[in-house]
Design a protein around this ligand. Structure first.
Ligand code: ITT
Length: 191
């Protein structure tokens, strides 16, 4: 089956190709002739992931899946959420972390979770797959691996931040791998 993964992130593409095996002819956006920015204008992670996958189906007639992720902090009513990438006003991980830590100063409730939602649109019908990892936000960033909010996020049941883990360790428990595992199971059943 021909299937497009609506991302421009080569790293994500490589990971999912390895998981899917050869039953699927996985295409990039460029390979299906889509070179424009996909719309991400809803106010939820779920909404943005659906918007991207459905856009590709509607404009290119290709079956497609898209993901969207973010960090949801309980004491901030779920922020930064859908605004995670640009929380400080720019796409800058250090600044985004700074803003979060400032907003959580003097806050005892440090509970947070990373969430990924993948939407798969097959012949116009959409299915969604969610992956969540619960954890806490620490006061001072630790670790150099990973990206985004990894240096301030410690997953439940662990002492290390995501940025102190190897990619392999993080991948075993991450929100993204959990959502992708559900997608892969679904696709294997439907191939
Ligand atoms: P693409 O949309 O180009 O794939 P992105 O950086 O926007 O890349 P996501 O939609 O997956 O990536 O995530 C949005 C933001 O949420 C991201 O920029 C980070 O700030 C944060 N985030 C998501 N997953 C994360 C993770 O595993 N570790 C740390 N921060 C993460």
């Amino acid at each position: 089956m021909q299937l497009c993964f609506a991302t421009n992130n080569a790293h994500k593409l490589k990971e999912i190709k390895a998981l899917l095996g050869t039953n699927f002819e996985l295409k990039t956006l460029q390979e299906i002739g889509c070179n424009e920015e996909l719309p991400e204008t809803t106010d939820t992670i779920e909404g943005n992931s659906a918007q991207k996958a459905e856009y590709v189906w509607e404009h290119y007639g290709v079956n497609c899946f898209a993901d969207d992720s973010g960090l949801e902090i309980e004491a901030l009513n779920g922020a930064p959420g859908v605004h995670s990438a640009y929380y400080s006003g720019e796409r800058n991980h250090a600044r985004n972390i700074e803003r979060v830590l400032k907003e959580l100063a003097n806050e005892d409730n440090r509970k947070a979770r990373f969430k990924t939602v993948i939407t798969l649109t097959l012949s116009g019908k959409s299915y969604s797959f969610e992956g969540i990892v619960e954890g806490v936000i620490i006061e001072t960033p630790r670790g150099t691996d990973g990206f985004g909010y990894d240096p301030i996020f410690v997953p439940e049941g662990y002492d290390q931040t995501f940025a102190e883990m190897t990619l392999e360790q993080k991948s075993k428990i991450s929100h993204r791998s959990r959502a992708f595992a559900k997608l892969v199971l679904f696709l294997k059943d439907h191939s």
